[in-house]
Design a protein around this ligand. Structure first.
Ligand SMILES: Nc1ncnc2c1ncn2[C@@H]1O[C@H](COP(=O)(O)OS(=O)(=O)O)[C@@H](OP(=O)(O)O)[C@H]1O
Length: 347
């Protein structure tokens, strides 16, 4: 890592801190992680260089980290920043709709990945070797740079790897979700995405890697606690997936008012219908089913999987749950951040 990046990390971490959080150290997943993934890919071996407290990126992301940090922000951008599986896509679609007058017909014309692109996923160099469909499906940083304003941009990077002027320049919605449901959702994501190479592993196995901070975009707690510490910044809106499940209207109102995009009652009704799990999971511009056609997703499973709070109860053994509880407790001991995890959500 360059000295410059290290300095920026430290400066960014120092800003807006209310409670001490662990210092990040940047580690990229070693090259072996990008070797052809197979059923027998050894997850532990592939992640051998990641250490507790390290922030895990692919070598591809690692190579471009300076570019992310130096990305040019515009004051009319709206960013959705999250740890993976926290309700990113749901919130991206909400933010895009709010900014675009709730025009569902316009939304259908292009995939969400094009309308509200993912900052760090696709680089120009790998787009050249990607199938043609992929190049329209996923823009690169260079493409995002040329997008018309107002842009909606998604990132899973923690704030210290994003431009240091992000919060002082534009609005950012940060969404958090309880760690137990994130583990379950991320486990299924790893099984669904061919590139994650985890099709053979068990949930327990995955949960252990997650708690040891050895999964892409981990560590989970420092990511979320850093945003929590910044939550009083006027340009940051910190919301919870569980609140969106309980009272979507209330959260839409919050986001709309934060973005300065008040809704008519008619548009609110349309938007709430549009964002319902049963509708979003059938909406081809949002549901990622295209990944199965292009071939980067396995045929079994779905990106829009269950959309519930408390699904972890269907997956964790009592023993695994005890270990996760202890891990959660130790990570939250010094903070006032709390999650709803017990909610049995009915649609
Ligand atoms: N409308 C709506 N209502 C409720 N839940 C929803 C909705 N849209 C997406 N989801 C659920 O969000 C999970 C995917 O999270 P992300 O979008 O953050 O994934 S990613 O990080 O961008 O890959 C994933 O959660 P799980 O179903 O628990 O796996 C999605 O189903």
């Amino acid at each position: 890592m360059s000295q410059e990046v290290k300095k920026m990390q430290e400066e960014n971490l120092d800003k807006g801190k209310e409670k001490p959080i662990p210092k990040f150290e940047f580690h990229s997943i070693p090259e072996t992680r990008t070797a052809p993934f197979t059923e027998n890919f050894n997850f532990a071996e592939g992640l051998a260089l990641s250490e507790p407290g390290g922030f895990v990126l692919t070598p591809e992301f690692g190579r471009h980290v300076d570019e992310f940090i130096n990305f040019k922000i515009r004051k009319d951008d709206a960013w959705v920043v999250t740890f993976p599986k926290c309700g990113t896509t749901w919130t991206q679609e909400m933010v895009w709709m709010l900014i675009n007058n709730c025009d569902a017909e316009l939304a259908k014309q292009k995939p969400l990945t094009v309308r509200a692109p993912f900052l760090e996923v696709t680089r120009v160099e790998n787009m050249e070797s990607a199938p043609p469909e992929m190049t329209t499906f996923m823009p690169s940083v260079e493409v995002i740079d040329k997008m018309h304003s107002p842009r909606v941009i998604k990132s899973h990077l923690p704030f210290f790897l994003l431009p240091s002027n992000l919060l002082d320049t534009c609005k950012v919605v940060y969404v958090a979700r309880n760690p137990k449901d994130v583990i379950v959702s991320f486990y299924h994501h790893h099984k669904l995405m061919k590139m994650q190479g985890f099709s053979g592993g068990s949930l327990e196995n995955f949960a252990d890697f997650f708690m040891k901070d050895q999964v892409i975009f981990c560590p989970y707690f420092p990511h979320i606690l850093d945003a929590w510490a910044k939550r009083t910044h006027p340009n940051l809106l910190f919301i919870f997936y569980e609140d969106m499940k309980k009272n979507l209207r209330g959260e839409v109102e919050k986001v709309a008012s934060f973005l300065g995009k008040p809704l008519t009652e008619e548009n609110m009704t349309k938007l709430l219908e549009h964002l319902k799990f049963e509708n979003i999971s059938k909406n081809e511009s949002v549901n990622f089913e295209i990944g199965k056609k292009i071939g980067f997703m396995n045929q079994d499973g779905a990106f829009m999987r269950k959309g519930k709070t408390g699904d972890w109860k269907n997956h964790f053994s009592p023993e695994l749950n005890r270990r996760i509880d202890a891990w959660v407790e130790s990570n939250l001991a010094e903070t006032d951040l709390r999650f709803e995890m017990e909610l049995e959500q009915q649609d």
